[in-house]
Write a protein that binds this ligand. Structure first.
Ligand SMILES: Cc1ncc(C[n+]2csc(CCOP(=O)(O)OP(=O)(O)O)c2C)c(N)n1
Ligand SMILES: [Mg+2]
Length: 597
C-alpha cells in the first residue's frame, strides 16, 4: 500500500522533526508532491507528530519572517519550504534579514524535475517544469546563506538536513539552503533514524586567557570605560553577564542600533541609544576604553566616533565581519568569542587581577547614574500629546508601554521612530524586544506570527511604520495569525507614508529641493490598513487620531488579543518630515537622529 512507501520527502520531514523543528512554514508547489503526500499519509495514519507541523504561508517572505520570529524568541531553528526558483525569489529580503540578524533557519526548496520522458517517478509532467528549470537556483540566495547544497540522492537526505541545521545553528548563526529535485524527493529509502544527537551546534567559544587578561586590565585601569553593543542580547544570558561586569567596574553602556534587548533600559549604567546620528555622541568622544561587544555598527564614523586616543576592543562571535565588504573599527584587539562566556571571563579577571580601584569605579558609576537620570527625565518630558490633542510618537510608545506591561514581547519596525521606541518602551527584560536584525522591511508581519507560536503565553506586540506594515504582506500574515491561533497586537505608526527616504535625502541635501517641496513619498489617498487585517484575518481593527482616545483603544485591542483575536490599530502620528519650506515653514537644517535609510 502507498503509505508503506518511505519516500525521501517523508525522510526529510522526519529529520527536521528529529532535529527539534516544530514548524515547517511552507508555500507549496508541484515540486512538493512527496511532501503533500507524506502529510496526507500522516493524517490518515495518525502519525502527524512524527513530522513538523505544517504552517501554510500564502507568501514566502512571510514564511521566512515567521521562522525568523520563532527562532529569535525561542532560540530554536525552524524550517521553511518554498517552491523552486519562484518561491526562492519570493523569500526576497527576508533572506537578508535572517542573514544579517544571524538567525538560524533551514530553507528547503524543490528543483524542477531533471527527467522528461518518464524515466523516473517524479519526472516532468507539467508545463511549468520547463519554465522553472534554472541554471543556478541556489545562486539566488548564495550571497546570504551559510550553506547551500543540493540533495543529490535520497540515501543521505537525512544527513544533509542535520548538517544544514548544524551549520545554521553554529555561531554566527544564519540561514542554510537545501534544494532537491522532484525525482530525489520521490525516491524510496529505508526508514532509518538520523541520529540528531551527533549534530549539535559548535560549542560556545571562550576567550584566550591572555586576551581576557588584556581586556580586563584595560577596563579596570580606564578612567572612562564604555561598552557599545547592538546584539549581545541575542543570548539573554549575555545580558546578565554584561550587567555584572558593568556594575563591578562602573562601566556605562550605549546601545547602538539595537535589534535585541541588550542591557536593561532602567539600569543606571544604561546611557541611551544611538542610530544614524548626525551629531557626535559625547560619551563616545570622552571614553578612553571602548568595548564593542556584539555590534555591526557601533557608531557612524563620519559623524560620531571614539577619540583617536581611545583603546577599542572588539568582542564578538563575528569580530571582523568577513561577509561585509567594507567594515572596520580601529581596535587594539579583535576577539572571537561567545559573549556570555567572554564577559564572565573578563569579569572574573577584573576581580582576580586586583587592578580595579573600587572607589573610583563607584564614583564613576555615580556620575553615570546622573547622566542616565537626566536623560530619562528629558525623555519622560516628551511623553505627552501634541498641543492640538493629536498623538505624538513619544506619547504613543508611552501609552503602549503602560498598556502592555513589562512581560510582553515587542517587535519593532518603526523605522524613523526606532529611536522613539527604544527611549520610551524602556525594555528591561532580556528577550522582550526584537528587530529584524537587517534592513529589509516587512519582517514584523510574519515575525509576530512566529513569535506568538514560540511563546503562546506571552502577549506579542508589533510597533510598525505604515510603510513597513504594507511591506509585510499583511493579508498573508494576518490570515496566518487567525488560522494558526497566533494573535498579536499591531500598532501602526501612521505618519502617512515613507518618512525615511526623505530624511535620508535631507541628511545629504539639507537645503536642496526636497527641503523646499518635500520628498513626494506621502501615501495619500491612504489605505485602510487595519481594514486589510480585518478582511484577511478577522482582526479587530481601529484607527486613532486623538490622544485622549488612545489608552482606551489600546486596552480594547489588547482585550481582543487576549481573547484570541488579532488586533491592528493605526495611530496617526505627525509626519517625521517637516512641511515644505516657505515664509511660515523654514527649511530644516539638521534632521538629527534617524532610524533607517
Ligand atoms: C524591502 C525594502 N524596500 C525598501 C527599503 C527602503 N526604505 C527604508 S525605510 C522606508 C520607508 C518605511 O516607511 P515606514 O515603515 O512608514 O516608516 P517611516 O519611514 O515612515 O518612519 C523604505 C521604503 C527597505 N529598507 N527595504
Ligand atoms: Mg511611515
Amino acid at each position: 500500500m502507498a503509505d508503506r512507501r518511505h519516500t525521501v520527502s517523508r525522510a526529510l520531514l522526519e529529520a527536521m522533526r528529529e532535529a527539534g523543528v516544530r514548524y515547517l512554514f511552507a508555500n507549496l508547489g508541484s515540486d512538493h508532491t512527496g511532501i503533500v503526500e507524506a502529510y496526507a499519509q500522516a493524517r490518515r495514519g495518525g502519525w502527524t507528530g512524527a513530522l513538523p507541523e505544517l504552517v501554510l504561508c500564502p507568501h514566502e517572505f512571510v514564511a521566512l519572517s515567521a521562522a525568523q520570529g520563532y527562532a529569535q524568541v525561542s532560540g530554536e531553528a525552524q524550517a521553511v519550504l518554498v517552491h523552486v526558483d519562484c518561491g526562492t525569489q519570493n523569500l526576497g529580503g527576508a533572506v537578508h534579514n535572517v542573514s544579517r540578524g544571524r538567525v538560524p533557519v533551514l530553507i528547503l526548496a524543490g528543483l524542477s524535475p531533471v527527467t522528461a520522458e518518464g524515466e523516473l517517478p517524479g519526472g516532468r509532467n507539467e508545463f511549468i517544469h520547463w519554465l522553472q528549470d534554472t541554471a543556478d537556483q541556489a545562486g539566488i540566495v548564495r550571497g546570504y546563506v551559510k550553506y547551500a547544497h543540493e540533495i543529490r540522492t535520497g540515501r543521505n537526505a537525512k544527513q544533509l538536513v542535520h548538517r544544514a541545521l548544524q551549520i545554521a545553528r553554529s555561531e554566527p548563526a544564519g540561514p542554510a539552503y537545501l534544494v532537491a529535485g522532484r525525482e530525489v524527493m520521490e525516491e524510496t529509502v529505508p526508514a532509518e533514524p538520523g541520529g540528531p544527537q551527533w549534530w549539535s551546534p559548535v560549542a560556545p567559544v571562550a576567550l584566550a586567557p591572555q586576551v581576557a587578561d588584556e581586556i580586563a586590565a584595560a577596563l579596570a585601569g580606564a578612567d572612562a570605560p564604555l561598552v557599545v553593543t547592538s546584539y549581545l542580547g541575542r543570548d539573554p544570558a549575555a545580558v546578565a553577564a554584561l550587567t555584572e561586569l558593568c556594575e563591578l567596574a562602573g562601566i556605562g553602556v550605549i546601545e547602538s542600533v539595537p535589534m535585541w534587548m541588550n542591557f536593561p533600559a532602567g539600569h543606571p549604567l544604561h546611557l541611551g541609544y544611538q542610530w544614524s546620528t548626525t551629531t557626535q555622541n559625547p560619551l563616545l568622544a570622552d571614553a578612553d576604553v571602548v568595548l564593542v561587544a556584539g555590534s555591526d555598527v557601533p557608531w557612524i564614523p563620519a559623524t560620531s566616533r571614539p577619540s583617536p586616543g581611545a583603546r577599542v576592543y572588539v568582542l564578538d562571535i563575528d569580530p571582523i565581519k568577513e561577509h561585509m565588504t567594507l567594515w572596520h573599527v580601529p581596535a587594539a584587539r579583535y576577539a572571537r568569542a561567545d559573549l556570555a562566556t567572554a564577559l564572565r571571563q573578563v569579569t572574573a579577571r577584573v576581580r582576580e587581577q586586583g587592578g580595579l580601584d573600587a572607589a573610583k569605579a563607584a564614583a564613576r558609576a555615580g556620575r553615570l547614574a546622573e547622566i542616565h537620570r537626566a536623560q530619562r527625565e528629558q525623555w519622560a518630558a516628551r511623553e505627552r500629546p501634541a498641543a492640538d490633542g493629536t498623538v505624538t510618537a513619544e506619547y504613543l510608545v508611552a501609552c503602549v508601554r503602560d498598556a502592555i506591561g513589562p512581560d510582553a514581547i515587542v517587535l519593532t519596525e518603526a523605522i524613523t521612530n526606532y529611536p522613539v521606541v527604544c527611549e520610551h518602551l524602556l525594555s528591561s527584560r532580556p528577550g522582550s524586544l526584537f528587530g529584524s536584525g537587517g534592513s529589509s522591511l516587512g519582517w514584523s508581519g510574519g515575525a509576530a506570527v512566529g513569535a506568538k507560536l514560540a511563546a503562546p503565553d506571552r502577549t506579542v506586540v508589533s510597533l510598525v511604520g505604515d510603510g513597513s506594515f504594507l511591506f509585510g504582506v499583511p493579508a498573508s500574515a494576518q490570515w496566518m495569525a487567525r488560522r494558526y491561533g497566533a494573535p498579536s497586537l499591531t500598532v501602526i505608526f501612521d505618519n502617512q507614508g515613507w518618512a525615511a527616504p526623505v530624511m535620508s535625502a535631507l541628511m545629504v541635501h539639507p537645503s536642496g529641493a526636497t527641503a523646499a517641496v518635500g520628498g513626494g513619498t506621502g501615501f495619500a489617498p491612504e489605505a485602510d490598513l487595519p481594514g486589510i487585517a480585518a478582511a484577511a484575518g478577522g482582526a479587530y481593527a481601529a484607527t486613532v487620531s486623538e490622544a485622549g482616545k488612545l489608552p482606551v483603544a489600546l486596552r480594547l485591542a489588547l482585550a481582543e488579543v487576549r481573547r484570541g483575536r488579532p488586533a491592528v490599530i493605526s495611530v496617526q502620528v505627525p509626519p517625521a518630515v517637516p512641511p515644505p519650506a516657505g515664509p511660515h515653514h523654514p527649511a530644516p537644517v539638521d534632521p538629527g537622529q534617524k532610524g533607517e535609510s
